[in-house]
Design a protein around this ligand. Structure first.
Ligand SMILES: Nc1ncnc2c1ncn2[C@@H]1O[C@H](COP(=O)(O)OP(=O)(O)OP(=O)(O)O)[C@@H](O)[C@H]1O
Length: 577
């Protein structure tokens, strides 16, 4: 399949190259780029476009195609959101035009928020039954890696809905499908059937289970759009390297492993886009072209694509490695090569100027040993800044905290800790001295979160497992309104990287990282992991601090290498001078 598909994409790439050459001969028209239209406009130019983001052009949301009344609701619900960000200027019109999209831009640049606004602005799907009645169907499916991110998007949309006049029933606009004891699948599916929402937000595992139990409730056949956020986490691909035989064997083994365990997201996308694979392999039949409508085989195929009418696909992340882009673009068979656009935020600039240049994030590396807790050698002084003072860290139990103390004492009290006690002490100290309201502690993927919470609480830290919904008022505290409550009693949320990707917690000021979050090797994967971890702070001009706590010089040097790759330098965490 893949070779046919590659040939298919290659033909388009050639055509695009000749168009680019032709347009290079045209006089410049100014502006960043012009849109080539999309399926609705009927003026699809059959080209694979790529555009690289620049600064925002100062357009308004209505100028991007959003309804003015909807924009008023957005601005009422989110007073900080008045004009689109640079990436939203590019993303929103392409989503509204029905394009397939491969999107990458920095963490906190507004990708997910822009996605939500555009999907809500797509026309609602209404099915006309043979008996003359009509019913609504799900318009867009948004797949995210973890439950908390699903709840965050749900919360955003509910806020928006409540600002609409008249306000529709929230369940008709958004529902979530996630796993959890408190969210039985049966009732979620019953709700979907009773009131199909405009947008369904789900995790891949929950969606896969739902498809097994009640495929009809998901209405995949009439979907208009599928979006996969954090796609590099959800779709695993293997990095290729031009090296010797031993690497080749490891590479092939890794490829076989992915083939054996493709993961739920691949399986879901394979199922939804299966008709495209059939289409790609279908030979051109000249007799079909009696009316001489098509100038080329490509135009014929492009029309067949429109006839099949698969939902547009939007794939996004702050980090998209080349091997993943290659896979998605040339091999997966999910994207429509006649109607796809790549939107790549301008990370090269950020890198050239220092990753940190336009973001107010301070990165520190702290070495915690038996004898001392200190900054890594060579850390520079932090720029002077007015700081909010940290208030005392309370220790009383709260909603969402570990309440069954006896149970955990019994469970953990008798066994050796898997954590480095010096590192936990450094984190507890840093938290007490520097955190005004909320901090996140990211521990390695294989480490037990609940145990870390218990140990920190034994040290007097107000620690809890990151769980947006349990954090207070069904998630409202962490997702927006709880700053004052949390300021009175700062909390340390503990999680692994997998459950923090994409999260936007406005009150978060600090991220502590225990060791190297993604294993002991410094490679593209660990750099990407750091980008996502650090990206939980410093969003939209807010200040933030990332403190990596390691056990020794060697590990500290690895974190420093990651920072160097990102164009950042460690600054001193002043409490450990
Ligand atoms: N146009 C805007 N103006 C002001 N703030 C915005 C705008 N768009 C989004 N935001 C805010 O920016 C924050 C980050 O947005 P979002 O989560 O969409 O970023 P992201 O690019 O998806 O990040 P990540 O890569 O970490 O998932 C949110 O708090 C959101 O409310």
């Amino acid at each position: 399949m893949s070779s046919t598909y590659e040939a298919y994409a290659e033909a388009l790439a050639k055509r695009k190259a000749s168009k680019v050459a032709a347009s290079a001969r045209q006089p410049a028209r100014g502006g960043a780029r012009t849109n080539s239209g999309g399926e609705h406009a009927g003026e699809n130019e059959n080209e694979n476009e790529e555009h690289v983001g620049g600064p925002a052009r100062g357009l308004s949301f209505p100028a991007l195609g959003l309804d003015p009344a909807f924009v008023r609701a957005v601005q009422t619900a989110f007073p900080n959101v008045q004009v689109p960000t640079g990436i939203q200027e590019q993303l929103i019109p392409e989503i509204l035009a029905g394009k397939d999209i491969l999107l990458r831009d920095a963490t906190g640049s507004g990708k997910s928020f822009g996605l939500v606004l555009a999907l809500l602005s797509k026309p609602r799907i209404v099915i006309h039954e043979t008996n003359g009645s009509t019913r609504r169907a799900i318009t867009a499916l948004v797949v995210v890696p973890h439950r908390d991110l699903a709840l965050q998007l749900h919360h955003w949309i509910e806020r928006l809905v409540s600002a609409m006049r008249p306000a529709p029933a929230a369940a008709s606009i958004v529902q979530v499908l996630v796993r959890g004891a408190d969210r039985p699948l049966d009732s979620a599916l019953a709700a979907l059937r009773a009131t199909p929402p405009h947008v369904l937000v789900c995790t891949p595992q929950a969606l896969q289970e739902a498809l097994r139990v009640d495929r009809a409730a998901l209405q995949l056949d009439t979907l208009r759009a599928v979006a996969v956020d954090e796609v590099d986490y959800l779709v695993e691909t293997v990095a290729r390297k031009e090296v010797g035989k031993s690497f080749q064997r490891a590479f092939e083994k890794a490829v076989r492993k992915v083939a054996r365990h493709p993961g739920p997201t691949r399986e879901i996308l394979d199922a939804i886009y299966a008709p495209r694979r059939t289409l790609v392999q279908r030979p051109y039949v000249p007799e079909e072209d009696k009316a001489g409508r098509w100038d080329s085989v490509e135009e014929w195929r492009s029309e067949k694509e429109r006839e099949v009418g698969l939902p547009q696909l939007i794939l996004s992340s702050a980090t998209l490695r080349v091997h993943l882009k290659d896979y998605l673009f040339s091999e997966s068979g999910w994207l429509n090569p006649y109607n796809v656009v790549k939107i790549m935020g301008d990370t090269s600039n950020a890198k050239r100027n220092g990753w940190n240049a336009d973001r107010r994030i301070l990165h520190s590396v702290v070495i915690a040993s038996d004898t001392e807790i200190r900054n890594i050698d060579g850390a520079v002084a932090a720029p002077a800044e007015k700081k909010e003072s940290a208030e005392t860290s309370g220790t009383e139990d709260e909603e969402g905290a570990v309440d069954s103390k006896g149970y955990y004492n019994e469970k953990y009290g008798q066994t050796a800790s898997p954590f480095d006690a010096n590192a936990l002490e450094a984190i507890a100290t840093g938290f007490a001295l520097d955190v005004p309201s909320v901090a996140l502690l990211v521990i390695p993927s294989s480490a037990p979160v609940q145990r870390a919470v218990w140990e920190l609480r034994e040290m007097g830290v107000n620690a809890e497992t990151l769980d947006v919904e349990a954090s207070g008022r069904g998630g409202a505290y962490l997702l927006g309104s709880g700053v004052d409550v949390m300021r009175a009693n700062p909390r340390l949320l503990v999680a692994t990287l997998a459950s923090t990707r994409g999260l936007d917690l406005p009150a978060l000021t600090h991220v502590f990282v225990l060791g190297l979050a993604e294993g002991p090797h410094v490679n593209g994967r660990s750099v990407d992991a750091y980008v996502h971890i650090a990206g939980r702070v410093g969003r939209f001009g807010r200040a933030g601090r990332v403190v990596s706590v390691v056990g020794g010089e060697a590990e500290g040097a690895k974190v420093e290498r990651i920072l160097t790759t990102l164009g950042a330098r460690p600054v001193r965490f002043e409490h450990f001078d």
